[in-house]
Write a protein that binds this ligand. Sequence first.
Ligand code: IPE
Ligand code: IPE
Ligand code: MG
Length: 252
Amino acid sequence: MDLKQHIDKENLPQHVALIMDGNGRWAKQRGQERIFGHEQGIEAVRDTVKAAVEIGVKYLTFFAFSTENWCRPHKEVETLMDLLVQAIGTETPELNENGVKLQAIGDLEALPAKCREKLGEAMELTADNDKLTVTIALSYSARWEVVHAVQKIAQKVAERHILPDEIDEEMFVNALETANTPDPDLLIRTSGELRLSNFLLWQIAYTELYFTPVYWPDFRKRHFFHAIIDYQRRERRFGKIPTTETLLSKNT
Ligand code: IPE
Ligand code: IPE
Ligand code: MG
């Protein structure tokens, strides 16, 4: 069955965010080191990007490394950073050919120099692409982001550029790492965990959540399409009443 046929192109999520979880358990199941799972996870990222391009999703955000992940054993962190540098090197040319723009959010200053360098090059190369924007969250946590945004705004108040009363949602959104990116319509978390683990807490106020038991290294196009189909069965209300009832009440 071609799952894509079941996707309504008129009702696509514009932005899909993904918490890529379960690499360690996937590796353990196979009697391997955790890092083997991280390596295999790259194939899942590749397939997800292809799936998004195929159906026309405009934004993907991948949670790749959290602020809290720095507390993992040194060896795992080090190998993850090396893997990131390597993946950016091998994947960027194809991303560029496919019209993908690469962005990063998070405390990038905390990353090793080599990582920042590679990321910078990839972002510069792909800056003018507009088919799909892929954002990687690195050394990212939502609470860090919110505190950082507050610091930026407080600085403006201290310098008397703005008054406290002038702070509104728009100003706050623009101080977040995700300024210029629409809020996610759909959030996918793999590995069966039913939590958000400090990811995009402000931005997901009205995001549809989708949890799958599949471990990230096994995640493929078909899983992505299943999530989209599930999303399209839902009615997003944003605090209002169902659209059918709105129509009826207008007619009476
Ligand atoms: C997700 O997989 C990748 C990162 C958080 C970097 P995990 O490494 O968390 O794998 P599990 O959850 O331990 O299986
Ligand atoms: C969330 O996964 C972070 C990333 C996917 C990068 P974790 O494995 O770190 O989350 P917890 O510890 O299960 O909440
Ligand atoms: Mg995990």
